[in-house]
Design a protein around this ligand. Sequence first.
Ligand SMILES: [Zn+2]
Length: 338
Amino acid sequence: MKATIKRRLPGWFALAVVLMLLAAGAEAHSYKQRALKYSSRSQKMALAWQNDTRAKLSALLNIDDLIAARKDIPLNPVEISSVNKVDYLMKEIEISSTQSRRIRVMVTFPMKSRGPWPAVVCLHGHSGQPTSVYEKDSPYNGFATELATRNYVTIAPVTSQHEIFEQGRTLVGERLWDAMRCIDYLETLIAVDALRIGCAGLSMGGEMSMWLGAMDQRVSAVLSAGFLTKMDQMEQDHCMCWKVPGIRELVDFPDIFCLIAPRPLMCQNGLQEPPSQFPVDVAKSALKEIQVIYMNFSQSDRVELVVHPEGQVVDIKSLLLFFKKELKPVENKAASIR
Ligand SMILES: [Zn+2]
């Protein structure tokens, strides 16, 4: 009987079966594993998951050695320029990111109040530069300027590079490490309250804000604009610079956002986002996954998605309210939230 069946099976059928088995095998080992996907658990187990996930991601990003050796890398800040902007002083500063690499950052200091001030790391997106986040006629709506005039110290590094500077590093890892070094620098400033440091960014800056808040627990409040999404959505019609080799095997974006809990998180997505970009429905789906860990920490009100009527822009009003609540700047009588 067996022999009869064998004779009746055509060659193409056997080939099809082999191909199907190979495809199934490939699927089983594809990125869809998301091995560290967050699921509801006790607070204690949630903290353990966060520590484990941070460790695995810092190894994947190839910055674990830098984090461990942070204190052995002196910043050696050098002032490049200083401009009086009436409400604040704007400086360009050069600091050491690693033992062999120097970076330039924009920093502003309030001039109409005394410290200690809260501070916000301000992150630009593709084709931007550190000054972009201060520009009012831009998708950033000058959010860094708005903060600078309201008695926050602001600091803005370069995050738009698409070349890896040091051998063995990763693009996202180097971008993230440079942003972490901004916090190292802020911590050296007596006039900055290290317990009131936030971060904010738009688009790829929103992505890096997610990474900074997730991986650096010195950040007390995180704002991610024009970015909340899932990795499947980012596989098409996007620059692939987000895709660190091996990341899909470990996590999706909601898991990285889960590392921010229970610290306050505000995401912003615009109704005018095209379906291929950062649409609100995908953001809401991602938010649902992030809300789980905030519920586990009994801090459900600390995560929020602001849906605004525009496209990929920073919504200034909700940003200012968020940081005012979370970082408590000195109030200016003259400054109002527009
Ligand atoms: Zn890119």
